[in-house]
Design a protein around this ligand. Structure first.
Ligand code: WT7
Length: 645
């Protein structure tokens, strides 16, 4: 198939693709004519048990109600209705285990498994509105557990399996989860790594947790607490596979997902049912041009992040997808793994992060070139700005110079894609997310809320509510208003925390975070969270953390620490201890790339750490304006220490 046509640096959709694309120019026209009527139409992609009386109720802004009074069951929409439509034999999930074991689940199988899990959860006494924590690797049971929650109106809180027991515990406590679903261990680079041990540590003394349900994934030994712990294979697998779903209100909370903000405490982002599923389904259908029954889709994210929630579970399954779910890392047992999987299953839509694309580039094109990737017809990118070189390489080497690329901007808070080209419709530019989707409205503004013309760098704001928007922060609605809605309170705009610009052709470029949030390999980590972790170590008196540009990971974490009095600087050993400590407090993904022990930190007269200057140091630049510093000479030792570190 011939793909997009390149003129200069603009890739226009080919006629061939445009002719059969799901999206067409009529989408934008319909949204422009009547935005709420447009969303009303999109909501009809789903099966509702009762209709809504109003598309949007914004009277309690910034807490939206979408599809007011409508009722639906999210799991029914993702599973049952495909079986009822005669597609029960279609494969929903091609599971590829890290050690090489495989399993395919049809929609019929998925319905049976989700029903069994739902019956078990009910037997455990869980009722709609209760919270369930899920701490698992990428195995089908994780998706089954999420869907069983959705089916029963239980609100799930998935915690990334790479997070530490401390991080899990604080999330369990915050949501007061009654059930924790986990595994004995997970496969990592060919070896089993314990996970239940961390789960045990997390729930010890956690009063809300009544049961821990454990999937046997690796067969490693585990500690067992009688009465509390249950094996999945002794409960779920023995339960009845018959279960009748009941509908829930469109605004019933579907899940909580914790994400880093500018303070040390992660925020529990709340998403509800009807609006969320509507936008998840609409975007998955149009942005990925997904054709049910033909395409093989693969989103390489982990269900511990929002990308996994919306583009592995809810969006794709609501659309009857056939998808690959892969448990492991891209280089296990070697760098060919992803390309072997694409070849093996005939993956046609591949959605990944720029950091992985840059890693592939580093490994060299001989690796993908050794495989038949001709099944690929569309490529997606998410998580951070994609640099134009990576975009071009992605298109040329993985996409055979023809597959359209969709660079999708969104956030945990937005719930679903907001800014992206539409394949077959939008001409794309390498590195640009192009434009808000039909139905979505965004502006780029300055501090005074003036809209910026082409070329001006400003803040990205969302000036109209959207169906998949967050409904708040769990247990802290003040923080919700403060974080997102106070900056442009007068205008009533959502402040996204990203810088952006329109170029001379009107293409939108997302430039990265403008707050103290770092983006490391597409993972969102707050500087203050890492600082809190560092100062909780007995050796550290004070810490300052910055994100420094990194060729592969986008940003790398660089820390400057002041030691407590009488603590000896043991050099490499101390740095190792501190990095390990951060891994224990948060996760290995939050380990600083570099830690420098310094005698002092640069501060303003009001005592604020000058992170901007530290970033200059970390990135090896000449120092910017130091005139507001109390004592500019603090930089001499910092630079010396840095060059030694
Ligand atoms: C932040 C949100 C969206 C799911 C994964 C991350 C950055 C995300 C893009 C993109 C430029 C992007 C932003 C955003 N980001 N996608 N296509 N281009 N930047 O979700 O952890 O909530 O992080 O990721 O900075 O604010 P998240």
């Amino acid at each position: 198939m011939s793909g997009s046509q390149q003129v200069g640096d603009v890739f226009a959709p080919s006629l061939e693709f445009a002719t059969v694309a799901n999206a067409g120019p009529e989408l934008q026209a319909a949204a422009d004519a009547d935005r709420l009527a447009f969303w009303d139409t999109q909501a009809r992609r789903l099966d509702w048990a009762s209709p809504w009386s109003e598309v949007l109720d914004w009277s309690d802004a910034p807490v939206a109600k979408w599809f007011v009074g409508g009722e639906l069951n999210v799991a029914y929409n993702c599973v049952d209705r495909h079986v009822l439509a005669g597609n029960g034999d279609r494969v929903a999930i091609h599971f590829e285990g890290e050690p090489g074991d495989t399993r395919s689940l049809t929609y019929h199988d998925l319905l049976a498994e989700v029903s069994k899990a739902a019956n078990t959860f009910t037997d455990l006494g869980l009722v709609a509105g209760d919270r369930v924590a899920i701490y698992m690797p990428m195995i089908p049971e994780a998706i089954i557990a999420m869907l069983a929650c959705a089916r029963l109106g239980l609100t799930h809180s998935v915690v990334f399996g790479g997070f530490s027991s401390h991080a899990l515990r604080s999330r369990i406590d915050d949501a007061q989860a009654k059930l924790l679903v986990t595994v004995d261990g997970q496969w990592r680079r060919g070896a089993p790594a314990p996970l239940k041990a961390a789960a045990d540590e997390a729930v010890s003394g956690a009063e809300s947790v009544e049961h821990v349900l454990v999937v046997k994934r690796t067969g490693i030994d585990v500690e067992w607490t009688e009465g509390r712990d249950l094996w999945w294979h002794e409960t779920v697998e023995k339960a009845s596979d018959q279960h009748t779903p009941v509908p829930f209100d469109a605004e019933h909370p579907l899940f909580i997902l914790y994400t880093s903000g500018t303070t040390g405490k992660p925020k529990g982002i709340i998403h509800t049912s009807g609006g969320y599923l509507t936008q998840a389904s609409y975007t998955h259908h149009n942005v990925f041009d997904h054709k049910p029954g033909t395409d093989v889709y693969w989103c390489t994210a982990d269900i511990g992040w929002v990308t996994g929630h919306t583009y592995i579970v809810y969006g794709p399954l609501s659309n009857g997808v056939t998808q690959v779910v892969y448990e492991g890392t891209p280089n296990s047992p070697n760098e060919h793994r992803h390309f072997e999987i694409i070849e093996k299953y005939g993956v046609s839509i591949y959605y990944t992060a720029p950091t992985l694309i840059r890693t592939f580039m580093k490994w060299g094109r001989a690796i993908p070139d050794a495989h038949d990737l001709s099944s690929i017809r569309l490529l997606g990118s998410v998580g951070e700005p994609i640099n134009p070189e990576a975009w071009r390489w992605y298109r040329e080497v993985i996409g055979a110079n023809s597959a359209p690329i969709v660079d999708t901007w969104w956030q945990t808070e937005t719930g679903a894609i907001m800014i992206s080209p539409l394949p077959g419709v939008t001409a794309t530019k390498p590195g640009s997310a192009m434009a808000p989707l039909p139905g979505i409205s965004a502006k780029i503004v300055d501090d005074e809320a003036h809209e910026l013309g082409h070329g001006g760098n400003g803040y990205l704001v969302l000036d109209q509510p959207w169906p998949a928007m967050l409904r708040g922060i769990w247990g802290d609605m003040d923080r919700y208003r403060e974080t997102y809605w106070s900056r442009y309170a007068e205008q009533g705009w959502y402040f996204a925390g990203d810088g952006a610009k329109y170029d001379e052709d009107g293409a939108l470029w997302v430039l990265g975070r403008v707050d103290d949030v770092m983006n490391v390999s597409g993972h969102r980590i707050s500087t203050s969270e890492v600082e809190s972790a560092l100062v909780s170590h007995p050796a550290v008196a004070e810490a300052a953390v910055v994100g420094a540009a990194d060729d592969t990971t986008g940003q790398g974490i660089v820390a400057f620490v002041i030691l407590r009095e009488n603590v000896e600087n043991t050099g490499d050993q101390l740095v190792k201890d501190l990095r390990d400590h951060v891994a224990v407090e948060i996760s290995p993904i939050a380990k600083p790339r570099q830690i420098s022990v310094v005698p002092e930190l640069p501060k303003t007269r009001s005592g604020k750490i000058m992170r901007r200057l530290l970033r200059d140091v970390a990135e090896g630049r000449e120092l910017g304006d130091t005139s507001t510093l109390v004592d500019p000479s603090v930089f001499e030792p910092i630079r010396v220490h840095r060059s030694q570190g």
